[in-house]
Design a protein around this ligand. Sequence first.
Ligand code: BEZ
Ligand code: FE
Length: 323
Amino acid sequence: MATQSNSQQKPDTNGAKLEDLTADNLTQHVINISSNINNERVKFIFSKLIQHAHDFIRETDIQRDEWEASWQFLTEVGKASHPDRQEMILLSDVLGISALVDIINSRQTPGSTESSVLGPFHNEAHLFENGDSISSNGAGETMLIRGTVRDLRGNPVKAALLDIWETNGNGKYDMQDPEKDGPDCRGKFYSGEDGSFYINGVRPVDYPVPYDGPVGVLLDLLNRQAYRPAHIHFVIAHPSYEPLTTALYDRESPRLVLDPVFGAKTSLTEDIVWSEDLEMAKKHNTKPFVRKVDGQDRTGFWLLEHDFILADRQAVKQRKTHD
Ligand code: BEZ
Ligand code: FE
């Protein structure tokens, strides 16, 4: 026999009488009627949601046509959302909500690498050896990414799994590129015995978040630009350490302060420098290319260096129990 859901149960009014609802007493009434549950966390979250949503309506004195436009907009966001196009998440991103959830959830152990937004373009990737290139021929200008994974005491972390992804030089992830039917500009690497890694990819460029849907209309309405500052994503995992989802940002990008999803942080910005150290290129299997520097043809490659610091799981557990 089907069990009765709460919404079908016999009403228990607890002796309360019908009261005429006004802009002043409606909020508390909705909270009261939604609080007859044992789950304190759900009760707390919904009482706050109702309170803040009602305050928002009162403070902004929302008009009927504005409310209707809001629902029409949210309906469009819902219609545009599917597994390959996360418009709902994008809305949360451009309103700074995803960044806020990330910030309050990853109050990190001091000294460890800061986190940054995951974004919708993380996907399965092949496992590579250090020195392999994650980018197909012609995907962009060669860049060597190298550094060391360490713990909070400065010790190297060997066999950390670095999962990395970036756009090609045209600002497209492989998933957005109709010409790509497999992974490109993404790959997984293990750090070596000394915690070091060296990965060949391409120099990232500023690229837009998807703006051909309702969230793009919202960005236009708010007179905001859609381009993220050039970056490379990383998820770094090791059984003894807290997993880290982060990204490195090109310090030269003019859009660092205009990031539409608020992921860029000063500690995650790095210089991407032009190197003509061909010995280094050889050692790391990097393919130099020719580029005009001050009107002269020069042979070299882009270089991005960064060390990642992981917090061990024990330190994070202890901090959480003391918070
Ligand atoms: C990204 O960096 O891949 C991204 C993050 C949030 C929204 C869209 C894209
Ligand atoms: Fe990205």
